[in-house]
Design a protein around this ligand. Structure first.
Ligand SMILES: [Zn+2]
Length: 242
Protein backbone atom coordinates (compact mmCIF):
# COMPACT_ATOMS: atom_id res chain seq x y z
CA UNK A 1 0.00 0.00 0.00
CA UNK A 2 1.30 3.45 -0.82
CA UNK A 3 2.27 5.83 1.95
CA UNK A 4 3.69 9.31 2.19
CA UNK A 5 7.46 9.46 2.70
CA UNK A 6 9.81 12.38 3.19
CA UNK A 7 13.43 12.03 2.12
CA UNK A 8 15.94 14.61 3.36
CA UNK A 9 18.42 14.69 0.55
CA UNK A 10 21.85 16.20 0.14
CA UNK A 11 23.76 17.02 -3.02
CA UNK A 12 27.46 16.77 -2.19
CA UNK A 13 29.81 18.48 -4.63
CA UNK A 14 32.70 16.34 -5.83
CA UNK A 15 34.00 18.99 -8.21
CA UNK A 16 33.11 22.46 -9.44
CA UNK A 17 29.49 22.86 -10.42
CA UNK A 18 27.57 25.04 -12.84
CA UNK A 19 23.79 24.87 -12.71
CA UNK A 20 22.37 27.57 -14.92
CA UNK A 21 19.47 29.66 -13.82
CA UNK A 22 18.31 33.17 -13.33
CA UNK A 23 21.61 34.40 -12.01
CA UNK A 24 22.57 37.89 -11.09
CA UNK A 25 24.07 39.43 -14.23
CA UNK A 26 27.78 40.18 -13.81
CA UNK A 27 30.08 42.03 -16.16
CA UNK A 28 31.89 39.69 -18.56
CA UNK A 29 30.16 36.56 -17.25
CA UNK A 30 28.31 34.71 -20.01
CA UNK A 31 26.75 31.98 -17.92
CA UNK A 32 25.69 32.63 -14.33
CA UNK A 33 24.78 30.11 -11.65
CA UNK A 34 21.21 30.12 -10.34
CA UNK A 35 20.85 32.41 -7.30
CA UNK A 36 17.86 33.28 -5.13
CA UNK A 37 16.61 36.76 -4.26
CA UNK A 38 19.40 37.15 -1.68
CA UNK A 39 22.14 36.24 -4.14
CA UNK A 40 22.62 32.79 -2.57
CA UNK A 41 23.19 29.97 -5.09
CA UNK A 42 20.69 27.12 -5.20
CA UNK A 43 20.02 24.04 -7.28
CA UNK A 44 16.57 24.22 -8.90
CA UNK A 45 14.47 21.15 -8.07
CA UNK A 46 14.00 20.53 -11.80
CA UNK A 47 17.74 20.01 -12.34
CA UNK A 48 17.90 17.28 -9.68
CA UNK A 49 14.59 15.64 -10.67
CA UNK A 50 15.65 15.56 -14.31
CA UNK A 51 18.86 13.69 -13.54
CA UNK A 52 17.17 11.20 -11.20
CA UNK A 53 14.43 10.50 -13.74
CA UNK A 54 16.97 9.92 -16.51
CA UNK A 55 18.77 7.35 -14.35
CA UNK A 56 15.50 5.71 -13.33
CA UNK A 57 14.51 5.30 -16.99
CA UNK A 58 17.88 3.72 -17.74
CA UNK A 59 17.65 1.43 -14.75
CA UNK A 60 14.13 0.23 -15.62
CA UNK A 61 15.16 -0.36 -19.24
CA UNK A 62 18.22 -2.35 -18.12
CA UNK A 63 15.96 -4.54 -15.96
CA UNK A 64 13.55 -5.14 -18.81
CA UNK A 65 10.71 -3.23 -17.13
CA UNK A 66 8.24 -1.04 -19.02
CA UNK A 67 9.42 2.54 -19.49
CA UNK A 68 8.43 5.17 -22.01
CA UNK A 69 10.69 7.45 -24.06
CA UNK A 70 10.12 11.20 -23.62
CA UNK A 71 9.92 13.80 -25.07
CA UNK A 72 7.80 12.82 -28.09
CA UNK A 73 4.17 12.59 -26.85
CA UNK A 74 3.30 9.52 -28.92
CA UNK A 75 6.15 7.63 -27.27
CA UNK A 76 5.19 8.70 -23.74
CA UNK A 77 2.65 7.17 -21.37
CA UNK A 78 -0.26 6.72 -21.70
CA UNK A 79 -0.03 6.99 -25.53
CA UNK A 80 2.88 4.57 -25.75
CA UNK A 81 0.55 1.81 -24.38
CA UNK A 82 3.40 -0.06 -22.74
CA UNK A 83 2.84 -3.69 -21.96
CA UNK A 84 2.79 -4.35 -18.23
CA UNK A 85 2.55 -0.67 -17.24
CA UNK A 86 0.31 -0.22 -14.21
CA UNK A 87 -2.86 1.78 -15.15
CA UNK A 88 -1.12 2.77 -18.39
CA UNK A 89 1.86 4.59 -16.90
CA UNK A 90 5.44 3.41 -16.42
CA UNK A 91 7.12 3.87 -13.03
CA UNK A 92 9.09 6.91 -14.26
CA UNK A 93 5.81 8.65 -15.18
CA UNK A 94 4.07 7.52 -11.98
CA UNK A 95 6.89 8.98 -9.85
CA UNK A 96 7.87 12.04 -11.88
CA UNK A 97 4.64 12.74 -13.72
CA UNK A 98 3.94 13.51 -17.34
CA UNK A 99 1.82 16.12 -19.13
CA UNK A 100 -1.13 13.78 -18.46
CA UNK A 101 -0.44 12.75 -14.88
CA UNK A 102 0.60 14.43 -11.63
CA UNK A 103 3.94 13.47 -10.13
CA UNK A 104 4.14 11.38 -6.96
CA UNK A 105 7.49 13.02 -6.16
CA UNK A 106 7.36 16.61 -4.95
CA UNK A 107 10.85 18.06 -4.74
CA UNK A 108 11.92 21.42 -3.40
CA UNK A 109 14.89 23.50 -4.51
CA UNK A 110 18.21 22.57 -2.91
CA UNK A 111 19.78 25.23 -0.68
CA UNK A 112 23.35 25.40 0.62
CA UNK A 113 23.88 23.75 4.01
CA UNK A 114 24.88 26.16 6.70
CA UNK A 115 22.91 29.32 5.99
CA UNK A 116 23.33 32.63 7.80
CA UNK A 117 23.96 32.23 11.52
CA UNK A 118 24.85 28.53 11.25
CA UNK A 119 28.47 28.97 10.28
CA UNK A 120 27.89 29.02 6.53
CA UNK A 121 28.69 31.93 4.27
CA UNK A 122 26.56 35.05 4.74
CA UNK A 123 24.36 35.85 1.73
CA UNK A 124 26.33 38.93 0.69
CA UNK A 125 29.62 37.00 0.53
CA UNK A 126 28.48 34.42 -2.02
CA UNK A 127 29.16 36.70 -5.00
CA UNK A 128 32.87 36.61 -4.13
CA UNK A 129 32.98 32.84 -3.58
CA UNK A 130 32.07 31.70 -7.08
CA UNK A 131 34.84 30.81 -9.49
CA UNK A 132 35.05 31.95 -13.10
CA UNK A 133 36.03 29.40 -15.68
CA UNK A 134 37.04 30.42 -19.16
CA UNK A 135 36.25 28.47 -22.25
CA UNK A 136 36.59 28.88 -25.97
CA UNK A 137 33.96 28.05 -28.52
CA UNK A 138 35.00 25.33 -30.95
CA UNK A 139 33.32 25.32 -34.34
CA UNK A 140 31.57 21.99 -34.86
CA UNK A 141 32.29 21.85 -38.57
CA UNK A 142 36.02 22.55 -38.62
CA UNK A 143 36.91 21.67 -35.04
CA UNK A 144 38.83 24.90 -34.71
CA UNK A 145 38.56 27.79 -32.26
CA UNK A 146 36.00 30.30 -33.42
CA UNK A 147 36.91 33.95 -33.30
CA UNK A 148 35.34 36.10 -30.60
CA UNK A 149 34.10 32.99 -28.83
CA UNK A 150 35.90 33.26 -25.51
CA UNK A 151 33.32 32.86 -22.74
CA UNK A 152 33.18 32.92 -18.97
CA UNK A 153 31.20 30.45 -16.89
CA UNK A 154 30.48 31.07 -13.24
CA UNK A 155 30.91 27.93 -11.13
CA UNK A 156 30.59 26.91 -7.50
CA UNK A 157 33.73 25.59 -5.80
CA UNK A 158 33.73 22.17 -4.16
CA UNK A 159 35.06 23.51 -0.87
CA UNK A 160 34.28 26.81 0.85
CA UNK A 161 36.27 27.86 3.93
CA UNK A 162 37.52 24.32 4.48
CA UNK A 163 34.02 22.79 4.34
CA UNK A 164 32.74 20.69 1.47
CA UNK A 165 29.85 22.46 -0.23
CA UNK A 166 26.55 20.60 0.14
CA UNK A 167 23.01 21.48 -0.88
CA UNK A 168 20.04 20.17 1.04
CA UNK A 169 16.41 19.72 0.07
CA UNK A 170 13.50 17.40 0.76
CA UNK A 171 11.48 15.18 -1.51
CA UNK A 172 7.98 14.08 -0.57
CA UNK A 173 6.89 10.92 -2.28
CA UNK A 174 3.58 9.07 -2.19
CA UNK A 175 4.51 5.56 -3.21
CA UNK A 176 4.78 1.94 -2.24
CA UNK A 177 8.05 0.98 -0.52
CA UNK A 178 9.31 -0.94 -3.58
CA UNK A 179 8.59 2.06 -5.84
CA UNK A 180 10.51 4.24 -3.42
CA UNK A 181 13.32 1.70 -3.69
CA UNK A 182 13.58 2.35 -7.42
CA UNK A 183 13.76 6.08 -6.73
CA UNK A 184 16.54 5.63 -4.16
CA UNK A 185 18.43 3.26 -6.49
CA UNK A 186 18.24 5.86 -9.28
CA UNK A 187 19.42 8.61 -6.91
CA UNK A 188 22.49 6.52 -6.08
CA UNK A 189 23.41 6.43 -9.78
CA UNK A 190 23.53 10.21 -10.19
CA UNK A 191 27.14 11.31 -10.62
CA UNK A 192 26.72 14.61 -12.47
CA UNK A 193 24.51 17.64 -12.32
CA UNK A 194 24.30 20.80 -14.35
CA UNK A 195 26.11 21.81 -17.50
CA UNK A 196 29.50 21.17 -19.07
CA UNK A 197 30.12 17.64 -17.91
CA UNK A 198 32.49 17.36 -20.88
CA UNK A 199 34.58 20.16 -19.43
CA UNK A 200 34.92 18.34 -16.14
CA UNK A 201 32.22 20.21 -14.23
CA UNK A 202 29.36 18.99 -12.09
CA UNK A 203 30.57 15.85 -10.29
CA UNK A 204 28.18 15.24 -7.40
CA UNK A 205 26.82 12.57 -5.12
CA UNK A 206 23.23 12.36 -3.86
CA UNK A 207 22.73 11.19 -0.28
CA UNK A 208 19.59 10.47 1.68
CA UNK A 209 20.31 11.86 5.14
CA UNK A 210 16.90 11.44 6.74
CA UNK A 211 13.70 9.45 6.15
CA UNK A 212 10.28 9.95 7.67
CA UNK A 213 7.01 8.12 7.02
CA UNK A 214 3.62 9.67 7.58
CA UNK A 215 1.40 7.27 9.52
CA UNK A 216 -1.72 9.30 8.75
CA UNK A 217 -1.22 12.01 11.33
CA UNK A 218 2.40 12.17 12.48
CA UNK A 219 5.79 11.84 10.85
CA UNK A 220 7.76 8.85 12.12
CA UNK A 221 11.53 8.91 11.57
CA UNK A 222 13.36 5.92 10.12
CA UNK A 223 17.06 5.16 10.11
CA UNK A 224 17.97 6.40 6.59
CA UNK A 225 20.68 3.86 5.83
CA UNK A 226 18.69 0.83 6.93
CA UNK A 227 15.49 2.09 5.31
CA UNK A 228 17.16 2.83 1.94
CA UNK A 229 18.83 -0.60 1.96
CA UNK A 230 15.48 -2.28 2.61
CA UNK A 231 13.46 -0.47 -0.07
CA UNK A 232 16.18 -0.89 -2.71
CA UNK A 233 16.22 -4.60 -1.82
CA UNK A 234 12.42 -4.75 -2.31
CA UNK A 235 12.66 -3.06 -5.71
CA UNK A 236 15.41 -5.30 -7.05
CA UNK A 237 13.87 -8.48 -5.63
CA UNK A 238 10.56 -7.63 -7.35
CA UNK A 239 12.18 -7.11 -10.72
CA UNK A 240 14.28 -10.31 -10.49
CA UNK A 241 11.09 -12.34 -10.01
CA UNK A 242 9.66 -11.25 -13.37
ZN1 LIG B 1 6.06 6.65 -18.90
Amino acid sequence: MSALFRLDTEVVLKGMLHVAGLGRPKPLVDRCVAVDEHGVPYLPASSVRGRVRAHLERLLRARGLPVCAPPRPERMCPHARLEGAEDGYCLACRLFGSPWRDAAVVCEDFRPRGGPGTGGPEPHTWAGLTVLRTGVGIGRKLGTVREERLFFTETLPRVIAGEGLRFAGTMEVRAEPAELGWLVAAMRLVTHLGAQKGRGLGRVELRVTGVARCDGRDWVSEDPERFCGEVVGLALAGSAAR
